[in-house]
Design a protein around this ligand. Structure first.
Ligand SMILES: NC(=O)c1ccc[n+]([C@@H]2O[C@H](COP(=O)([O-])OP(=O)(O)OC[C@H]3O[C@@H](n4cnc5c(N)ncnc54)[C@H](OP(=O)(O)O)[C@@H]3O)[C@@H](O)[C@H]2O)c1
Length: 456
């Protein structure tokens, strides 16, 4: 894909990004990675550079045609993503307050998360816990909010015993951990290979299959107080009915038909189910708080965007433990500056050029070095050579803008991100030119002033 003359908004000219689409209704073979115009954010919307996007069974259920074939094709996919805010338009306020350029966020419930970039309403955006990895953040919300909804619907409280069917799956692991955090005792069904991990979390695992009710009774002779079904098998529904006295305290997120017929709670987007929109919306900040408290983790396995069909085949096989996520762009382990930009007024960016300039002022050792470009000395980040900046970046003159002392700017240049702490860096070193928003500004005036001050 060619990404030339890409300029940060409001002057942004290239709006294309790699996205995953379903080109037809069918299996994973209908998935394709294409360049698509993702548009620009409107009022109250934000654009996010996606670092990780959660994969959910609902994704393939949608494009398989099982949920109807009225959706328009090609269909963007992905209900959740985590990434860095690139643009903000208007008063962008999410559930945790104002959303700013450079914020590290989780976006849910959204459409089209399988992408390098996505434009979403700010209301869908919550802050990513600082210590949380991108993959974990990308896979937290859909499963996590469903788990909180199921625990709320079944009113699980401290000292009670909960049975979770498919406890090692995406939703199951969230339900297990949130229930444990609430002080409940948790029995979870899973194949043997997942027992050690469930034990490590504090749950009591048992194998599903024939004799399940007896095995649970051995652990809890008086029966369990509540059950959450995350697999939808007859066994899960029948064993729950056998062991839980009150049907109001059994919930299924899968067995919509059978669950409805036997009078247990069915939750989610299916016919006759409780969508729990408010509970799930509120759950987003509860989940990030649990992560911050060290009470919730997300087990992940990641795939690159181009491996999306393979990831879906793996998911459809039905034995994933935790979450599968897509990582559309690589990134440095811990970016410190959320955004680096230069030139002109960037009122949306609290951490733009002003931050760089103030760090220049407070340091006697300049972080920017001089190069001669076009016969004039320029200040540039250490490591950026004149040749690379001209060849790769295509430096150009732009008219002076209010707020800049010089009209000379170098846009979309590659930098050495580890030195600049650029959030758009690839982990292998060097910026991803499709994401790099570093704008080299003629810093000569400022730098000279800094140097004069330092030698005074
Ligand atoms: N209604 C809603 O709001 C909502 C929300 C999210 C998801 N869902 C649905 O809920 C289901 C689960 O989603 P998920 O993301 O948790 O799926 P998942 O991660 O793919 O679940 C896989 C897990 O299922 C377990 N499993 C497979 N066969 C089993 C069986 N016969 N009995 C018990 N466990 C079995 C596997 O355990 P082992 O590997 O140990 O065998 C594996 O850990 C999907 O159908 C999804 O569409 C609904």
């Amino acid at each position: 894909m060619t990404m030339t003359a890409r300029v940060t908004s409001p002057n942004r000219v290239d709006r294309t990004a790699r996205v995953v689409v379903a080109t037809a209704f069918g299996g994973p073979e209908v998935l394709a990675v294409v360049d698509e115009d993702i548009g620009v954010p409107g009022a109250g919307e934000v654009r996010i550079a996606v670092r990780a996007a959660g994969i959910n069974a609902l994704d393939w259920k949608r494009y398989s045609g099982a949920m109807g074939t009225s959706a328009r094709l090609p269909m963007r996919i992905g209900f959740e993503a985590a990434g860095v805010v690139l643009d903000v338009v208007g008063a962008a306020v999410g559930p945790a307050g104002r959303v700013r350029v450079g914020d590290e966020v989780i976006a849910f419930h959204i459409d089209g998360g399988y992408a390098e970039e996505v434009v979403v309403p700010a209301s869908a955006v919550v802050p990513k816990p600082a210590a949380m990895g991108w993959e974990a953040a990308g896979g937290l919300m859909l499963a996590g909010t469903a788990a909180v909804h199921a625990l709320t619907a079944t009113a699980v409280s401290a000292e009670e015993t909960l049975l979770v069917h498919a406890a090692a799956g995406g939703v199951g692991l969230m339900a297990v951990q949130v229930a444990l955090a609430r002080g409940a005792r948790v029995i979870g069904t899973a194949s043997e290979g997942n027992h050690p991990y469930l034990r490590k979390l504090g749950a009591e695992p048992t194998t599903y299959g024939e004799g399940l009710a007896d095995r649970v009774r051995e652990l809890v002779p008086r029966g369990v107080d509540a059950a959450i079904d995350c697999v939808g098998t007859d066994e899960a529904v029948d064993v729950s009915l056998e062991l839980v006295a009150n049907r109001d305290r059994i919930a299924s997120i899968v067995a919509f038909q059978r669950g409805g017929a036997v009078g247990i709670k069915i939750l989610g987007g299916g016919p006759g189910a409780d969508p729990g929109t408010d509970v799930r919306n509120r759950a987003r900040l509860q989940l990030t708080a649990l992560v911050e408290q060290g009470k919730l983790e997300v087990r992940t396995r990641s795939f690159e965007l181009a491996e999306v069909a393979e990831a879906h085949r793996e998911g459809q096989a039905g034995h994933v433990s935790g979450k599968l996520v897509l990582t559309p762009t690589a990134y440095p382990a811990r970016p410190r500056l959320s955004k680096i930009s230069g030139g002109g007024k960037r009122s949306t960016s609290p951490r733009g050029v002003g931050q760089i300039r103030s760090s220049l002022r407070s340091s006697t050792r300049p972080r920017w070095v001089a190069h001669r470009i076009g016969g004039r000395e320029q200040r540039q980040p250490p490591g950026l050579t004149r040749r690379t900046s001209r060849r790769r970046a295509g430096s150009r003159r732009v008219p002076a803008r209010p707020g800049t002392r010089s009209g000379r700017r170098f846009e979309n240049a590659r930098c050495r991100p580890l030195e600049l702490n650029c959030p758009f860096a690839l982990s292998r070193g060097g910026c991803d030119p499709r994401l790099c928003r570093v704008t080299l500004v003629d810093m000569a005036d400022e730098q000279d002033a800094t140097d004069r001050e330092a030698t005074r």
